[in-house]
Design a protein around this ligand. Structure first.
Ligand code: PEP
Ligand code: MG
Length: 755
């Protein structure tokens, strides 16, 4: 068996010299294939580039007929070259013409060559082309040679990504890397945004690929691996870490990979072949990403994601790029692209420049989605693999309603969307016209529309939408964007400003609902196995009443004698509501003793979002001044499906009969006790869902400000009574044969409602 003459290290050094020469792109490629052929003792070396029309174009060859360059093409999946590109895997054959996928191209004159070795040219897991060597005689290429070819392909990938091949490629085509791509994800908001990609976790850019000295690079890798392992161990040994938690699982997985011999061996091998330590990480990471993109098993995908994250960590150690990488300086019309992010991370960005967010994960009732809505951003989730396909600065269009994302759109698509943007501006103008109309159905039912809000800065939107007030002010959001715990005086100022902006309109302040995915960065939090069901919200407030007392005091002072509404989150038992009332009463007495003005009317309401409370309404309702359903949590707990995990939550329609029966149970009880009831979960802002709620008698709906216009438009065109009867029949007849959603869609079509 023949082996390479001088080894890949010499080849890489020669390649570096060619890269530095002042050559045109074709001459450079010609030199490169000659060098590879010589070094690999191959009779042929060919380089194919994947075009945006999914054809692989022969860009350079040593050994095949020169006239076939830029003439010969193979479709993705066609022939051996097409197969390698489609599967992103190397292929080594002793006798290529005998392979069933072999596609003969007479113009190349490749008939005499038997042995064949092809490798994909990958960048960030994407196939950019294929590199092939062939030999006249049947032979088996060794593992070393395959690895050497993969190493060389890493350099070629960088060249494809950074060179100007426009003059070489078939006129009208482009390389595939810049191909427009469309992703279909889940809609988190309506609206259309056109802007520029900003990666939430920017990739580390490797600029130095070819090693000067292999020993130095091996030592650098060893040192970086040691540093990384120590930092993972430190995190794992951190005092707060619970013995079993998601965070711990991820770190354990990191530790496993960081010590995995196979992974480390592959990194070392890439260095031995002449790459720098960081280029070696990228070379091995390419394989992971390519596998990730083709993997359908969710568990394996997650593990590959973990390995990818680990490789990024290692790259950061190697390049000294450890700092928080958040790029807070945003371009105009920035569109954030991320695998996932927490609500606090989103709030760190400059909101005046941000238009949209696109996530690979996330559910529509996850807090990051709620915050995106309250900021008026367009948002799409579950856009599979978008992070690795995006480059900072790419043009991107996010179509919220359809959950569609167009990356690097064609001019036609961009034009269509510019028209859509204009159309949605028209729709906004139409909604603005509805602003002052009372929201009453055609058959005379008044429906009160309110905002869900959480930032003082959002409250000006009340004037734009004409909503009747704020049904839910999530006070914790202001805590999340602060850099330290707001003091009493700061809280007073904040609430007073919120009340000033609300003017005569009522505003319901919900007490701090922290914990779960709402993390306050400067507060110590314990890692729990099930944070959504853990020490959060009211539980935390009652156990550590200092924070609760300060907040209640601040609200009472800020009211300056005017009426005040306070809402208590996550009430699990009526007794907790009673305890909260005691805290409020004490603060009220304290204020009165100090001679300060007390609110002329103080109403205390309870959120109904924990299922157990549904069976204690007879105790709760006589004591509550008002109640509010938090459908996001209530549905998550009723169906035992994490609101932030679409894999489970999307299986359970929140308005299917069992859930609607639970809501109606609350509606009936609240009516019996004469207690005002509002829906403040995300359901109320979606037309069909809002219709379901109205049909069971809910007429106070609180929602993200952008939903007010569309819901009002529907209310104005609605004749509620026949729908109410039809839904009541479906609810009481006990059969699950009828789908409420389908029933309502039929009604909407019959009444020509905009849903
Ligand atoms: C809810 O749970 O529906 C709710 C309104 O509260 P949050 O989304 O803030 O948990
Ligand atoms: Mg809730």
């Amino acid at each position: 068996m023949a082996t390479a003459i001088s080894g890949p290290r010499v080849l890489l050094r020669q390649l570096r010299e060619v890269m530095a020469e002042p050559l045109g792109p074709q001459s450079r490629l010609d030199k490169i294939v000659n060098l590879i052929a010589e070094n690999m003792r191959a009779d042929v070396c060919s380089f194919y580039v994947l075009r945006d029309d999914s054809a692989l174009e022969l860009f350079a060859t040593h050994g095949l007929k020169a006239e076939s360059v830029h003439m010969t093409t193979l479709r993705l999946g066609e022939g051996l070259v097409g197969l390698i590109a489609a599967e992103a895997e190397p292929l080594s054959l002793e006798n290529a013409p005998a392979h069933p996928a072999f596609a003969y191209r007479p113009e190349t004159g490749e008939d005499p060559f038997k042995a064949f070795l092809g490798v994909p040219v990958l960048r960030a897991g994407q196939t950019l082309g294929v590199l092939v060597v062939q030999n006249r005689d049947a032979r088996i290429y060794g593992e070393d040679e395959i690895e050497a070819m993969l190493t060389t392909a890493t350099i070629l990938a960088e060249m494809v990504a950074t060179s100007d091949f426009d003059s070489l490629i078939k006129p009208g085509s482009d390389i595939d890397l810049r191909r427009p791509r469309t992703f279909t994800g889940a809609s988190f908001t309506d609206g259309v945004a056109v802007g520029t990609v900003v990666l939430h976790d920017p990739r580390v850019v490797v600029t130095n690929f070819i090693a000067d000295d292999t020993d130095t690079e091996t030592k650098r890798l060893e040192k970086a691996l040691r540093t990384m392992r120590v930092s993972i161990d430190d995190m794992l040994n951190h005092g707060d870490m619970q013995p079993s938690s998601d965070h711990r699982d991820i770190l354990e997985t990191y530790r496993m990979f960081a010590n995995d011999r196979g992974w480390v061996d592959r990194l070392n091998e890439a260095i031995r072949n002449g790459l720098t330590a960081e280029a070696a990480v990228e070379r091995v990471q390419n394989d992971t990403r390519a596998r990730m993109q083709r993997q359908t098993d969710p568990y394996i995908r997650d593990r590959l994601h973990d390995l990818d994250d680990l490789a990024n960590r290692l790259l950061r150690v190697l390049t000294g790029d450890h700092q928080a990488l958040r790029q807070k300086e945003l371009p105009e019309n920035a569109i954030l692209v991320a695998r996932n992010m927490g609500p606090a991370e989103l709030l760190e960005y400059d909101r005046t420049r941000l238009r949209a967010i696109v996530l690979e994960e996330g559910g529509s009732t996850a807090h990051v989605a709620i915050i995106a809505r309250s900021l008026g951003l367009v948002a799409v989730g579950q856009a599979d693999s978008i992070v690795s396909m995006s480059e900072p600065g790419d043009t991107i269009i996010v179509d919220g309603a359809g959950g569609t994302v167009h990356l690097r759109p064609t001019p036609e698509v961009e034009q269509t969307y510019m028209d859509k943007v204009r159309l949605s501006a028209k729709r906004r103008a139409h909604f603005a016209e509805l602003r002052d109309k009372p929201s009453v159905t055609r058959d005379g039912v008044s429906v009160i529309l309110l905002h869900n809000s959480g930032l003082v800065a959002d409250l000006h939107m009340l004037d734009e939408t004409g909503a009747e007030g704020v049904g839910l002010f999530r006070t914790e959001l202001q805590f999340m964007i602060a850099s330290k715990l707001p003091r009493l005086s700061e809280q007073v100022e904040l609430y007073a400003e919120a009340m000033r902006l609300a003017g005569d309109r009522p505003i319901v302040f919900r007490l701090l609902d922290i914990g779960g995915d709402k993390v306050i960065p400067y507060m110590r939090s314990t890692v729990e196995e099930n944070p959504a069901m853990g020490w959060r919200s009211l539980r935390l407030a009652l156990d550590r009443p200092g924070l609760l007392r300060t907040q209640v005091r601040a609200l009472l002072i800020a009211a300056k004698g005017r009426a005040l509404k306070i809402l208590v989150p996550m009430v699990t038992e009526a007794s907790e509501f009673r305890q909260t009332r005691l805290v409020v009463r004490k603060e009220l007495e304290r204020l009165a003793r100090a001679g300060e003005p007390v609110p002329e009317k103080l109403e205390l309401g309870a959120m109904i979002e924990v299922p157990s409370l549904l069976f204690e309404l007879d105790h709760l309702l006589p004591e509550a001044d008002f109640v509010s359903i938090g459908s996001n949590d209530l549905v998550q707990f009723l169906t035992a499906s994490d609101r932030a995990n679409p894999r489970v939550s999307r299986n359970y329609d929140p308005i299917a009969l069992p859930r609607l029966r639970a809501f109606r149970h609350i509606v009936d009880a609240a009516r019996r006790y004469g207690v005002p009831l509002t829906m403040c979960g995300e359901l109320a802002g979606k037309p069909i869902e809002a219709l379901a709620l109205m049909s069971i008698g809910m007429t106070r709906l609180s929602m993200g400000p952008p939903s007010i216009g569309p819901i009002k438009e529907m209310v104005l065109g609605l004749e509620l009574e026949p729908i109410r009867r039809s839904v009541a029949a479906a609810l009481s007849d006990g059969s699950d044969g009828v789908g409420i959603r389908e029933l309502l869609l039929e009604w909407a079509a019959r009444q020509n409602l905009p849903v």
